[in-house]
Structures are given as structure tokens and as C-alpha cells.
Design a protein around this ligand. Structure first.
Ligand code: GCU
Length: 409
């Protein structure tokens, strides 16, 4: 996509340098009308906000596309030392003689007929989330990465289990949830090139890249999560009414957009999603709209570039993305050393989204005072900031499970 942003400003890491700005009210329409009922929120305000984010931030889908077929590639009812059922399910999509497939790795608790599930993408292949030798290695394009031994954009055996610390599989299963994960590169390779992945699948005959209001990569990845949910509705072992979308960082932005666009997600988790995710853009703290559009021009739609170094002009902010998830449970989490993602901006955003939850009679964040480190606030809207860096830890999962037990299960 185009990258016209020229970033001139210094990164703000000092609260006193945060500009003053007006927080756009989720409960006042662009035309100035006050929203005071759930009915009006759902009929008037929610649709106009969703449309704004679709046309100007993440980009809209060019057309609807259903699963053409699915194949259980592999299955074992005695996986992980007899603890879980494992399934690897390939979904296939077809359009204009083109084809795209991606594979969901599923672990389900053995003792449940129908399991609620956490669904989230991984960065370097399904085989990185576990030591389990049976997990298939994707052949899709990958970003090169020395730590994962990835050269020539190819995922390899040596990185099996390299990301187990980010996926508390046992804790999840013991708590009575399944885990479903997908390698995000199978849906759309993470590079500024729109010749492949689901974009290419859905182009009109002569099209080579998305139109200015059409989907970037985040919307494409969200699409994949939504299609996985379509599959869950067909799988008798999964309770599709209790699927929680989860994601870290760019995939946390993805989880939020999936939850905003598809109300079938029963809960939504944003782990350290930062700019373009849970963090308020107008604070310009850490990563800014200009920075993200320069470094990752393919993540958002081209229309979003008009707000690069121009956040003042945005008629919305990211708390209104969070509000689109109401009244469904929402968890926003930050890490103390992850200043780039602006923990305070992520907290305030969940606070400002809470007015819409309250309209539904649900408990939001309830206080503008940021909680202390490692002291979660858990209501229908939940927030924590933990010690440590940009990552997903057992502490995060323990809290997601506790909150899901109380508000989703
Ligand atoms: C970069 C990017 C962030 C993103 C992160 C990630 O740091 O600037 O916006 O969240 O990568 O996805 O790991």
C-alpha cells in the first residue's frame, strides 16, 4: 500500500508531553445527537462508528466468502500425555479459480463434550506453541527471524516449542477450555505486498491491491478468525457460543477488530495491542499513527494515512473500537515495560469505552485511576498492567481464565 507518512515528531514517553485533547464521546453521534438507550446505540451509533472504522481505519472486506470445505488433517483423542483431544483442521476457500487454505490447531479438554474455546493467532507457526511432535509445520511464507532459525521465509522444525511460554495450554485445558490457534501467515503473509494471501483471493479480475477503503492485513487476519468461528459452529465438540478471541500485539489489534465486527465472539482479549489496538491514538504516547503507517503500511487501509501525524483530525478514537464489543466481556492488558504500546492509553481507552457497557447495565472499569501493577480490575470490562515486558505470560493467562470463568463461561 501507499506510504506517504513522513514522521517528524519525537516519540513521547513523558506524560507531561501528552497533548490535551477532547475524547470523542461514544454516546454522541457524529451529528451531535445524544444516545441514551441500547436501542439507539444499536440502531444509530454503533453502525456509524463501525462504518467509520471500516472505511477509514482497518478497511472493509471486498465481499463475503464462505468456507468451501474443511478437512481434518489429523486427530488424536489422547494427546499431551492423555490430557487432551487434538485436531488439526484445514479450512479451504475458493474464488475465481483461486484457492486459499489455513489450518487450525485445536486442543480440547478430554472430559468435556462441548468446550468453550480461546482462539488466537500465533506469529511463527502452530508448532511453536507446543513441544507436541504431531503438530504440523506450515509451508506458508514467514518473516525471517534468527531466533526461530527462519531463513528464506520458511518455518522449520528447530523452532518447535519455542513459544510455549506464551501459550499456557495446560492451564487452559485444566480450567475447562479448549485452545485454537492458527499461523497468521497462512491467512495473509505479514509484508507490504498484496499479491498473496486472502487479498489476492478476493481481487476483482484486474485488481492488484486493495482500494483505499478496503482491508489491510489486520482486517484480513480478523476475517480468518471469523471464518474459524464459522467452522466451530459445525464442530460438535466446540461450544461456538463461548468462543473468546485472543491476540497479542498486532494480533491483539486483530482480536479486537474480529470482536468488533462479529458479535458471535462471546468475549475479547487484547494483550499489549497498543497503537491501532486498545491504546488511544490522540495521546500520541509511544507508537503513533504516523509511525505505524510508516513501518507497517499494509496493516491498515490507505485511508488511515490521512491521520498520520494528524490524530487531531480523527473524529473517533480507539475506545470507540472497544465500545463496539459491548456488552460482551472485554479484557485489555498491558505490561509495565511496554511503553511503546502506551499502557495508560490502553487503560483510559477501556475506561472511556465503559459508558456503553453501563448503558447495557454491565459493569465497566469504573474508575479513571489506573490500577497498580499486578492488581487487575475484573468486571465485564477488565484491565491489568503486569510487571515485565511486551509478551504473553502465565500471569496474563491466569487472569484471562479467572475473568472468563466469571463473565463468559
Ligand atoms: C511493532 C509495532 C506494534 C506491534 C508489534 C507486534 O512493535 O510497532 O504496533 O504491536 O510490533 O506486533 O509485535
Amino acid at each position: 500500500m501507499l506510504s506517504m507518512s513522513i514522521v517528524t515528531s519525537q516519540t513521547i514517553y513523558d506524560e507531561s508531553k501528552v497533548p490535551t485533547f477532547e475524547v470523542p464521546d461514544p454516546l454522541v453521534t457524529f451529528g451531535g445527537e445524544k444516545i441514551n438507550s441500547v436501542r439507539k446505540w444499536e440502531k444509530v451509533r454503533r453502525p456509524e462508528l463501525l462504518k467509520f472504522f471500516e472505511n477509514n481505519v482497518y478497511g472493509k472486506l471486498p465481499k463475503a466468502l464462505k468456507i468451501d470445505s474443511y478437512t481434518i488433517l489429523e486427530q488424536d483423542n489422547n494427546a499431551l500425555n492423555g490430557k487432551a483431544k487434538r485436531k488439526q483442521v484445514q479450512l479451504t476457500f475458493k474464488n475465481n479459480d483461486k484457492i486459499l487454505s489455513f489450518t487450525i490447531l485445536l486442543y480440547l479438554p478430554k472430559n468435556l463434550d462441548k468446550a468453550p474455546v480461546f482462539l488466537g493467532y500465533n506469529f511463527y507457526g502452530n508448532h511453536t506453541i507446543t513441544e507436541d511432535k504431531a503438530v504440523l509445520i506450515s509451508t506458508a511464507w514467514a518473516n525471517n527471524n534468527e531466533d526461530f532459525g527462519i531463513e528464506n521465509h520458511t518455518l522449520i522444525e528447530e523452532s518447535r516449542g519455542k513459544r510455549t511460554h506464551r501459550w499456557a495450554v495446560e492451564k487452559i485445558l485444566d480450567a475447562g477450555y479448549g485452545l485454537a490457534t492458527i499461523y497468521y501467515g497462512e491467512v495473509d503473509p505479514d509484508k507490504n505486498d498484496f499479491s498473496d494471501g486472502v487479498h489476492n483471493l478476493l481481487y476483482q479480475q484486474t485488481q492488484r491491491q486493495p482500494k483505499p477503503d478496503e482491508w489491510g492485513s489486520i482486517a484480513a487476519w480478523s476475517w480468518g478468525m471469523v471464518r474459524a468461528l464459522d467452522y466451530f459452529e459445525k464442530d460438535p465438540e466446540i461450544d461456538a457460543t463461548k468462543v473468546i478471541s485472543f491476540g497479542h500485539s498486532r494480533l491483539g489489534k486483530t482480536s479486537l477488530w474480529a470482536g468488533a465486527t462479529d458479535v458471535r465472539f462471546a468475549g475479547v482479549i487484547s494483550n499489549n495491542s497498543g497503537c491501532g489496538g486498545a491504546a488511544l491514538s490522540k495521546r500520541k504516547f509511544g507508537e503513533t499513527v504516523g509511525r505505524i503507517n510508516t513501518s507497517f503500511p499494509h496493516w491498515f487501509c490507505d485511508n488511515f494515512d490521512q491521520y498520520s501525524d494528524n490524530e487531531e483530525a480523527l473524529p473517533v478514537d480507539q475506545h470507540q473500537l472497544l465500545a463496539l464489543i459491548a456488552p460482551r466481556p472485554l479484557y485489555v492488558a498491558s505490561a509495565q515495560e511496554d511503553e511503546w504500546a502506551d499502557p495508560k492509553g490502553e487503560f483510559l481507552s477501556s475506561y472511556y469505552a465503559s459508558s456503553v457497557y453501563e448503558l447495557y447495565g454491565k459493569k465497566g472499569i469504573g474508575t479513571m485511576e489506573m490500577p497498580k501493577v499486578n492488581e487487575p480490575i475484573q468486571n465485564t470490562v477488565a484491565y491489568h498492567i503486569r510487571t515485565g515486558k511486551h509478551d504473553v505470560t502465565d500471569y496474563d493467562w491466569e487472569n484471562y481464565i479467572k475473568w472468563a470463568n466469571a463473565f463468559v463461561k
